[in-house]
Write a protein that binds this ligand. Structure first.
Ligand SMILES: *Cc1c(COP(=O)(O)O)cnc(C)c1O
Length: 387
């Protein structure tokens, strides 16, 4: 058995990131300033998006995106139940009604045929989540959006570096939102980015992110700025700080090498579990893409074991292997069970995955020996819990 605990995720923070933060601290400019602007420009170039707005989190980005898209009371928004609750919480914040469409059982991405079934006269937008870094079928989603005149908001929290048919997520004619939380593919501590090709929408998000103060308001304390300002609407406080962007600037340069390492580990897991009957590995999609491998999320077939998924994860911990849960389906959480109930059997694939899914360690600093320890631990647990 492995001697030291292997956590499910550790960010890779190196000397460049640390020195850049120190530089910000010593410069006296800590919050939104030149480094946020640099990170915004670098990110736009990386994903190939003409406009990007850096924010304090992806949750903030999803919230402001919905507001800027004009979504509110009386509107329905269709999304996947296999996501982090933030995707859905923000719909409630703007007064809209979330509607769940079931997932594909293999990729765990939203099933476009299921979206079609949930469209009503009140439907205003589709919010696909590129689960674990595997892109949703954007062509099919665009076709549906066009047919029913719907907007598309991509929850791209897992998809920094993901490509669909040769194009980066972030470059499509939608609104897309990325996360830089420490477990995501790159981190700024906390942070998010809204990307769009719509200049007006980007301006609206910019305005909303900082009290409703006109653009470039942060310059009012610099030599070029003036201290006066105008509030043109009641905004929020969702801006990114320079000390966050300091991390992001260096993280972004390493993203492709991070994804390369993540891919090696994920492919090793796929091969190692291919013949293990109790483990269902994530499926590939039938179109060209680059997987960003934010997460490695197999399903454990608990019907073949004497324990449930939570106990299975506890057994892995005894083997010194950390795991994560991404995700318990949103409609299984108490708030949603009570306030947004779905009928039994309405989301069968999400229900199946929700009870069986778990996340294995996957981060760029992992070496192949770590991955081998993980596989061995899974096999050990299966050997003692098989029916
Ligand atoms: C992490 C995550 C978010 C929220 O990101 P934050 O930056 O923590 O606000 C939203 N959606 C999904 C699918 C996520 O995994």
């Amino acid at each position: 058995m492995r001697k030291e605990f292997l956590p499910f995720s550790i960010p890779t923070i190196e000397e460049e990131e640390i020195q850049e933060v120190v530089d910000s601290l010593k410069s006296g400019w800590i919050t939104t300033g030149p480094k946020v602007k640099r990170f915004e420009d670098d990110f736009k170039a990386y994903v190939d998006s003409p406009f990007a707005v850096p924010l304090s989190s992806a949750t903030a980005g999803l919230h402001l995106a919905l507001l800027a898209m004009g979504i509110g009371a009386g509107d329905e928004v269709i999304t996947t139940p296999m996501t982090f609750a933030a995707t859905v919480n923000v719909m409630l914040h703007v007064g809209a009604t979330p509607v769940f469409a079931d997932i594909e059982p293999g990729t765990l991405n939203i099933d476009v045929r299921a979206i079609r079934k949930k469209i009503t006269e009140r439907t205003k937008a589709i919010v696909p989540v590129h689960f674990a870094g595997l892109p949703c079928d954007m062509d099919a989603i665009f076709a549906l959006a066009k047919e029913f005149n719907l907007q598309i908001l991509e929850d791209a929290a897992h998809a920094i570096g993901t490509e669909y048919k040769g194009k980066r997520i972030g470059s499509f004619d939608t609104v897309s939102v990325f996360s830089f939380h420490p477990i995501k593919n790159i981190t700024t501590g906390e942070g998010g980015m809204v990307c769009t090709r719509d200049e007006k929408l980007a301006e609206e998000v910019s305005l909303l992110k900082f009290h409703g103060m006109s653009r470039e308001a942060w310059k009012r304390y610099s030599a070029q700025g003036t201290p006066n300002y105008d509030i043109v609407l009641p905004g929020f406080k969702y801006n990114m700080m320079d000390i966050q962007a300091a991390l992001g600037i260096h993280q972004l340069r390493k993203l492709d090498s991070f994804i390369e390492q993540r891919t090696k580990i994920a492919e090793f897991y796929n091969a190692a579990f291919a013949e293990v009957e109790e483990i269902l590995t994530p499926s590939a999609a039938p179109y060209a893409y680059r997987h960003a491998w934010h997460l490695y999320t197999p399903l454990v077939r608990i019907e073949k074991l004497t324990i449930d998924r939570d106990a299975f994860m506890a057994e892995l911990k005894k083997e010194n292997i950390g795991t994560g849960l991404h995700f318990k389906a949103v409609h299984h959480h108490p708030y949603y069970r009570e306030n947004l109930p779905v009928s039994p059997g309405e989301l069968p694939h999400a229900d199946y995955a929700s009870e069986r899914i778990f996340s294995l360690p996957l981060f760029p600093k992992m070496v192949m020996e770590d991955a081998k320890d993980v596989v061995e631990a899974v096999k050990n647990v299966l050997a003692r819990t098989r029916k």
